[in-house]
Design a binder for this molecule. Structure first.
Ligand SMILES: Cc1ncc(COP(=O)(O)O)c(C=O)c1O
Length: 373
């Protein structure tokens, strides 16, 4: 692990150099938004840091109920449950769904938190090909009896920004099936009003469980499960993790409420993000690259070998851009350069990134080296 200090919203100090920062997932830079930061301070002053008790004992506070209403409203879901973070949102939802499900079908590249969540089920867990509705249909077709399958998938896959075809999954799912979508990267970002993958793909909300993090588009910390009222009641009744853990610190709940308000009230944020995404992707496309025309603010570049990785790295550093090379579970085994665009990056920074990548693009010409969505 290497130390890195984010500064000035879109920069980072790395090895004593100030570089443009196109990594991470703070897509609107709300982590450094003045109103969101002020809400942390206000929350701390008003409520203290920690309720130091489970919500099911003496740790329930009015702020959690307010945050859940705001989240349910933002995502147009019947109900919401706030969780300690996005990872535990998947585990908690799984604990509550355990008795409702006969088979689990999980995308081959699902996030680690969904894989962990799958362990809570006492039924068969089957893998289907990455984002492949036909393969899912085939596997569902082989199951016999009155099945109640649960599909587990990311909405927007974080390593390359590909999007799960949720509407197709919903279409082929039997009536008593469920879809649980980990929308950590899609929530607040994609869909006409930022509701995430279901909104973007046009999938219905019925029998859909959406888990989100509050640490990416919302820039704060924490997580949530957006679901029906019955599942919410089952979470409170059946999830040992929900029952046995301390909830999100109140200053963060206060900040999350503010972040939701900022995202709702300032359409400029989503507008600037989409402008930046379009600018970067169309520039890459104009250099002959097959960059799919979808709104994910993520582009990834898989180097062909260590020598090429070194060259790309030097080329980016020469333009003052952090060479964000990561190995991410579910992503390419050897790692990839992952660039995340935010609403706050300037045109100059985008141009620096493009110039830094130019070298690699020229060398490879029209080959599909960039897989972004
Ligand atoms: C797809 C996905 N799901 C869940 C999580 C976990 O969210 P959190 O960091 O809030 O625990 C992450 C990453 O952080 C993620 O990328």
């Amino acid at each position: 692990m290497e130390e890195l200090q984010q500064i000035g919203r879109t920069y980072a100090i790395w090895r004593k150099r100030k570089l443009s920062y196109f990594a991470g997932c703070d897509y609107f830079r709300l982590a450094s938004h003045p109103a969101v930061m002020a809400a942390v301070k206000d929350g701390l002053g008003q409520f203290g840091l920690n309720v130091a008790a489970s919500r099911l004992t003496t740790g329930h506070h009015a702020l959690y109920a307010r945050l859940e209403s705001a989240l349910a409203e933002f995502f147009a879901a019947p109900a919401a449950v706030v969780t300690g973070n996005g990872y535990s949102a998947n585990l908690i939802a799984a604990q509550a769904l355990r008795e409702e499900v006969s088979h689990v079908l999980i995308d081959a590249r699902a996030h680690a938190s969904l894989r962990d969540a799958a362990r809570y089920f006492a039924c068969p867990v089957l893998e289907f090909k990455h984002r492949d509705a036909n393969d899912l249909a085939r596997r569902l077709g082989r199951l016999r009896g009155r099945i109640k399958p649960l599909v587990l998938t990311d909405g927007l896959f974080p390593h390359d920004g590909e999007i799960a075809p949720l509407k197709e999954y919903a279409r082929i799912l039997p009536a008593r099936g469920w879809i649980m979508v980990d929308d950590a990267h899609a929530a607040g970002v994609i869909g006409a009003s930022g509701k995430g993958t279901a909104e973007y793909t046009g999938a219905p909300r019925e029998r859909l469980v959406q888990t989100v993090t509050l640490s990416k588009a919302f820039g704060v910390y924490g997580g949530a499960i957006l679901c029906g009222r019955r599942l919410r009641a089952n979470i409170l009744r059946r999830s040992a993790m929900f029952a046995g853990s301390t909830p999100l610190p109140l200053p963060l709940a206060n900040a999350a409420l503010k972040a939701i308000e900022v995202l709702r009230r300032d359409p400029g944020l989503r507008c600037r993000l989409s402008q930046n995404v379009n600018y970067l992707k169309s520039a890459l496309r104009s250099r002959g690259l097959a960059v799919p025309a979808t709104p994910a603010p993520v582009v990834s570049l898989v180097p062909r070998n260590a020598a090429e990785a070194g060259l790309i790295r030097r080329s980016l550093l020469a333009r003052g851009v952090l060479p964000s090379f990561i190995r991410y579970p579910g992503g390419p085994a050897g790692g990839s350069f992952r660039f995340a665009v935010s609403s706050e990056h300037s045109r100059e920074q985008l141009d620096d990134l493009l110039t830094g990548l130019n070298f690699a693009l020229c060398r490879r010409r029209r080959r599909h080296i960039l897989k972004g969505v």
